[in-house]
Design a protein around this ligand. Structure first.
Ligand SMILES: [Zn+2]
Ligand SMILES: [Zn+2]
Length: 468
């Protein structure tokens, strides 16, 4: 039997799945959470399950970065009486606010739509209420006890826990966290990787080197593969834009609002400066969320990689760019038949303004649809990539005549080699635990890590208690 006061870790999400990151660390004197994220996609139903710990007894939450799968259940934690402190990089607070407000809004909209439909058959009482609304998010930020953690500066979190952030190069503000805690009077260390970035990118510095740890909890999203090179992908991207515009068409690009949209703007800026982007071309960023996040990236631009700061004016500003403010402005794009590059959400085409742009462009062979991110099974994006000749958009059947391109080298996550290289940088690393990954991919990473690093690797189960 393990001693009651022995420190343990327990994952309440992102165990054998990618989303829902929430890792409980219980020491002799404190209980903290590392991330409190939302389950997404096929695991969404898990958001309804209650936390298996008492939210009132959590002393603090450390946020590794602002993605929804790392911050999305914070409002639920507050609803259950959490009164502790939140620790994050200042940029993460900025991004988390945008992300959570958007999540609250989407949930409200989804509820209203379903409610109206159900009302017509007298079943409105069966409709599940939103997990939280925009007002819940606003209220949460009002009472939130915010504590900033800057990179490389150790911060005391509780009586027996100290945390240090190092840049993870995944999205702006992202960090891996070194946690030093006391156990029976001895200081020990556990490292949580958060999400690790792909160093092959154009706007973020590469992930910092780790030092040492007793135990490591590492993400394994792409544990089974390596990404295509960024340079090659950038070339492909530019070629699609140039060719389509020369042929008198439009390019429609579904994009995630965080990181991907800014990467694309930076490439388009490069094209604008090297004059491969025609002067009279119009680039539309038609995503209120991407615009907000781009403003956060501008505000904190000294954290961008050096070559991204070389421009006299901003890396995300160029004459051809139009930031679309409202729906009216967005609708006006519909009448443009040539010379436009339209970047819009959602990234996986399961809603949002991208659908309107598909509707007006997908049936014309002169246009191009350019996929630059992962399209999950069951999404409209996946159907198009898989070669569907007809798709339904807003109850209307449309022929897919536009050229379809997929570019795979823009991932914000480390590939297998990078994960191995990063683990190999530890001067001392005793135990490795895999989190934040699908099981089949984790099995691959476990095998290569055990072979190459000659250390045992454990795949973390949901709610398994791991004594450190
Ligand atoms: Zn992330
Ligand atoms: Zn994640």
């Amino acid at each position: 039997m393990a001693d009651k006061k022995q420190t343990y870790e327990q994952s309440h999400g992102a165990a054998k799945v990618v989303t829902g990151s929430a890792h409980l660390l219980v020491t002799e004197k404190s209980k903290i959470l590392i991330d409190c994220g939302m389950f997404q996609g096929k695991n969404e139903y898990m958001n309804d399950e209650p936390f298996e710990f008492d939210a009132k007894k959590i002393d603090a939450v450390i946020l590794t970065h602002g993605h929804l799968d790392h911050v999305g259940r914070l409002p639920l934690l507050y609803k259950l009486g959490f009164k502790g402190k939140i620790y994050a990089h200042p940029i993460t607070f900025d991004i988390a606010k945008i992300v959570l407000m958007d999540s609250g809004k989407l949930q409200e909209e989804e509820y209203e739509t379903k409610y109206k439909k159900a009302q017509r058959v007298g079943k409105e009482k069966l409709i599940k209420k939103p997990l939280y609304t925009k007002d819940d998010v606003k209220a949460m930020f009002k009472k939130m006890k915010k504590n900033f953690i800057e990179y490389k500066k150790p911060v005391k979190i509780t009586k027996d826990i100290k945390a240090t952030f190092k840049d993870a190069g995944h999205i702006l503000g992202s960090a891996f966290v070194e946690i030093d805690y006391k156990e029976f009077g001895i200081t020990k260390r556990v490292v949580f990787s958060g999400d690790l970035g792909n160093k092959d990118n154009n706007i973020l510095p590469e992930v910092k080197k780790p030092t040492y740890t007793d135990a490591l909890f590492i993400e394994s999203t792409y544990g089974d593969r390596n990404h295509k090179s960024f340079e090659d992908s950038k070339k492909e991207f530019k070629k699609v834009i140039v060719d389509t515009l020369i042929n008198g068409g439009n390019v429609v690009i579904p994009s995630f609002a965080i990181e991907r949209a800014q990467q694309l703007l930076c490439i388009l800026k490069e094209m604008s400066e090297e004059k491969s982007l025609p002067k009279d071309a119009k680039v539309f960023l038609d995503s209120p969320m991407a615009t907000k996040v781009t403003n956060v990236y501008k505000k904190w631009d000294h954290f961008l990689r050096k070559n991204c700061q070389k421009y006299k004016n901003h890396p995300f500003e160029f004459p051809q760019l139009r930031l679309v403010k409202d729906v009216e402005e967005s609708k006006k794009i519909n009448s443009i038949t040539r010379g436009a590059v339209i970047i819009a959400g959602s990234g996986m085409c399961n809603g949002g303004r991208i659908l309107h742009h598909f509707k007006h462009n997908i049936w014309n062979h002169k246009n191009s649809i350019l996929f630059v991110g992962y399209q999950a099974e069951g999404t409209l994006g996946r159907k198009i990539i898989d070669g569907a000749r007809y798709v339904r958009i807003y109850h209307e059947e449309m022929a897919v005549k536009a050229k379809i391109y997929t570019i795979n080298g823009f991932s914000a996550h480390a590939g297998q080699n990078e994960l191995l290289e990063w683990m190999n940088e530890f001067k001392e690393l005793n135990r490795i635990f895999l989190i934040h990954g699908e099981y089949d991919k984790q099995l691959v990473l476990k095998k290569v890590t055990e072979e190459k690093l000659n250390k045992p690797v454990h795949i973390v189960e949901m709610r398994e208690k791991i004594y450190l």
